[in-house]
Design a binder for this molecule. Structure first.
Ligand code: ATP
Ligand code: MG
Length: 398
């Protein structure tokens, strides 16, 4: 018997105009994800079907569970679209999957091939009757059955399945363009990145590093966080920004209580340049309203005013506990709580300003030539490819 993995699309089915792009992106994302396995993938406007080798089934199911844009998926038995074949296949599915205990069931038929001579309700009755005749441990319960026998009748083939696994939902990564995600070693930014990926945004990561004030362990922490997101996104880059000199200049030239505000304005200025260089359309970060002084609305105004780019803040309105829940689910939490300091925590002022004034920032920024420092930074970026390999490759980008 031919078995396939049958995939139901997520939200994309409601977006009529973009459907094709979404389906094609999902198709190529699945193809990439399963590239080391022996599979054939077929698609139509409402389903995808993966032919696979039985020995790979667990690995494929695990992989499919990590792809955004999939609403649900099942192991389905494929058969010809005629009543006898469908009946025979139903018998087989039930024999393969059930023991002899008593169960209640109902049949749910979807008939996308409207030329099939029976309508869905007639099909439910025909196949339900067949099951009752064949299995004396099964009885019908249409309201609260133990088992739903799904029958999908399509013009070329029909598909029979019992269980449905819930997919991750969201949009296929890449359908909505690319952003640069600011990835620190904390709890929030990996979660923000995950949520942006779920909206179909492809990401490269940016990490601001202040060696020797921050350690290589801090960098490795960020690399390992990015790796945790690899299963959901495929290959990505981590851009390492050498921030030390600029950060020291900020602390030398600016009022202590303004240092975080100005540091973040510099980060956004650099992000703006990086989006151009890395062909991204916006910034994603893990800011959450009210969490720290730089995340009050006044602060966000003053900081954000250096860029016109969209800044996506997926966790802006989440409670810390809600963010932690997701961090645990995606397995980034244990890495995030490792104690290495990042560049935001090394020079934290005693009383960071929560209502900064834009003119004060501009006056302080006049005092040093940050533009040439930014130029120098941009000439000294390091770019790391994030993949699922243990050995990370370092390379400089022109
Ligand atoms: P996180 O838990 O992600 O570190 P946080 O609560 O510590 O967030 P902040 O340190 O104020 O918040 O930073 C807010 C956001 O700015 C981070 O979520 C991240 O997106 C970005 N950010 C902060 N520091 C860095 C850094 N060193 N490199 C890259 N992005 C950073
Ligand atoms: Mg942080």
């Amino acid at each position: 018997m031919d078995r396939v993995i049958l995939i139901k699309y997520g939200e994309l089915t409601t977006k009529k105009g973009n459907r094709k792009i979404f389906i094609n992106t999902l198709y190529s994302n699945i193809l990439k994800k399963l590239k080391n396995l022996n599979v054939n993938i077929f698609k139509d406007m409402s389903r995808m079907y993966i032919e696979y080798l039985e020995k790979d089934s667990n690995e494929i199911l695990k992989n499919i569970g990590e792809i955004f844009g999939i609403h649900a998926y099942s192991i389905a038995y494929k058969t010809e679209s005629n009543i006898d074949s469908i009946k025979k296949t139903i018998t087989e599915v039930l024999k393969d999957n059930l023991d002899n205990k008593p169960y209640s069931f109902k049949v749910e038929t979807k008939r996308s091939d409207k030329s099939f001579k029976n309508n869905s309700i007639e099909c439910n009755n025909i196949y339900g009757g067949h099951i009752l005749k064949t299995f004396n441990n099964l009885k019908v319960d249409v309201h609260n059955p133990n088992i739903v026998v799904h029958v999908e009748i399509r013009s070329d083939y029909s598909y029979i399945y019992l269980n449905e696994y819930k997919g991750l939902g969201g949009y296929p990564v890449g359908t909505l363009g690319k952003c640069l995600a600011m990835l620190s070693g904390g709890i929030d930014s990996p979660v923000a990145s995950y949520l942006a990926l779920k909206r179909g945004i492809k990401l490269d990561f940016v990490y601001f590093e202040a060696i020797p004030h921050t350690s290589l362990e801090a960098r490795n922490k960020v690399i390992n966080l990015a790796r945790k997101l690899y299963p959901y996104m495929g290959e990505a880059r981590l851009i390492i920004v050498p921030f030390t000199k600029l950060q020291e200049a900020i602390y030398k030239n600016c009022l202590e209580n303004y240092s975080i505000t100005i540091m973040r304005r510099m980060m956004f200025r650099i992000m703006e340049k990086l989006t151009k260089r890395f062909k991204a359309l916006g910034i994603v970060n893990g800011e959450s309203i009210g969490q720290v002084a730089s995340q009050t609305l006044t602060s966000m105004n003053v900081i954000n005013s250096v860029t016109n780019l969209p800044v996506i803040r997926p966790v802006a309105c989440f409670d810390k506990l809600e963010i932690i829940d997701i961090a645990k689910k995606i397995d980034t939490y244990d890495i995030s709580i490792l104690p290495y300091e990042d560049c935001c925590t090394i020079f934290v002022p005693k009383h960071p300003i929560i209502n900064p004034n834009l003119n004060t920032c501009l006056e302080m920024e006049e005092k040093f030539d940050y533009n040439s420092m930014i130029e120098e930074i941009l000439n000294n970026l390091q770019v790391i490819t994030i993949d699922n390999c243990e050995n990370t490759e370092y390379s400089d980008i022109l």
